[in-house]
Design a protein around this ligand. Structure first.
Ligand code: HEM
Ligand SMILES: N[C@@H](CC(=O)c1ccccc1NC=O)C(=O)O
Length: 281
């Protein structure tokens, strides 16, 4: 018979075990709050998956908002290097969100219909953090404020965001400060309004891409932004594909046409001239 070995006791090498009056892991992370925040509205097995998938996505979005906001602030001071680091992190966050779809895809239409009715009219369409990210990036559709009219605090936050130059506005201002000409109607545009693509901005990015050595920081910034939009587009595409897989062409609980609406959103461009400049190179 094999000799029975006693399980290793980590306290023999000093592992702390008494947290009656010291901060523990759970205390630091407020796990009581997080782990008691799942309230399924049905007995369906898959509803917990659905809730946790969305809650974790919202946590990652919270971090993305913080990073984009900090990137925008350092770009305003022409401080390229920390901005690169933050933008790289935001891309990785979206990569994480993209990979998470694989877990949700294990839910079939048969599974989802067991609790879809319990969701009522709630929908990701009402995610204020998602809308804030879109506004921060420059996709400023005022109609998206309406679902938040009942929440004064959130409405205020989103309205303030609309009045703040977007990440792309900051990038264009940075181009100008680095000596690349941009017309006043671009630099002085009303930032509360949706961005309109402009040939002068294509010409500006063309200068950067035609001489990377001279404009290395702007070139690196441009590629960081393209990288991010690439991941963001993949998120939208993964979402619409998952939605078609799970509910087909049913209307959304949020009231839109569902897949037809999400396919329309695939056309949204965040940094339009960074894509258009490629044709000119
Ligand atoms: C089976 C899973 C899912 C289904 C069937 C689904 C379905 C939909 C539909 C139909 C819409 C259009 C709005 C409406 O409801 O009328 C929508 C929007 C949205 N969903 Fe989902 N969704 C799913 C998972 C997710 C996940 C995991 C997230 C992550 C947070 C998410 C976030 C969003 C967001 C942010 C929107 C608004 C998009 C926009 O306005 O461009 N959804 N979803
Ligand atoms: N719009 C989805 C419902 C949905 O997916 C949802 C519902 C509540 C909270 C988050 C959701 N996720 C994304 O829209 C549907 O039409 O089935």
């Amino acid at each position: 018979m094999a000799k029975q070995t006693k399980p290793y006791d980590p306290s023999t090498e000093g592992a702390k075990t008494d947290f009656s009056d010291q901060m523990s892991y759970g205390d630091y992370l407020s796990l009581d709050a997080i782990l008691t925040a799942q309230h399924p509205k049905s007995d369906a097995h898959d509803e917990m998956l659905f809730i946790i998938q969305h809650q974790t996505s919202e946590l990652w979005m919270k971090l993305a908002i913080r990073e984009i906001s900090a990137a925008r602030a350092v770009m305003d001071k022409s401080d390229f290097r920390p901005a690169f680091k933050m933008l790289a992190r935001v891309s990785r966050i979206f990569e994480q969100l993209n990979n998470a779809w694989d877990v949700l895809r294990t839910m079939t239409p048969s599974d989802y219909t067991t609790f879809r009715d319990a969701l009522g009219p709630s929908s990701g369409f009402q995610s204020h953090q998602y809308r804030q990210i879109e506004f921060m990036l420059g996709n400023r559709n005022h109609a998206m404020l309406r679902p938040h009219a009942h929440r004064e605090d959130i409405l205020e936050l989103l309205t303030t965001e609309l009045a703040t130059p977007s990440l792309y506005d900051e990038a264009l201002r940075l181009l100008a400060r680095e000596g690349i000409d941009l017309p006043d109607h671009v630099l002085g545009r009303d930032v509360t309004q949706p961005y309109t693509p402009d040939d002068a901005v294509i010409a500006a990015w063309h200068k950067v891409y035609s001489d990377p050595t001279k404009y290395w920081s702007l070139y690196e910034l441009a590629e960081k932004l393209v990288d991010f939009e690439d991941y963001f587009r993949r998120w939208r595409f993964n979402h619409v594909t998952t939605v078609e897989r799970v509910i087909g062409f049913k209307r959304g609980t949020g009231g839109t046409g569902g897949v037809s609406y999400l396919k329309k959103m695939l056309e949204v461009e965040l940094f339009p001239e960074l894509w258009r400049v490629r044709t000119t190179l």
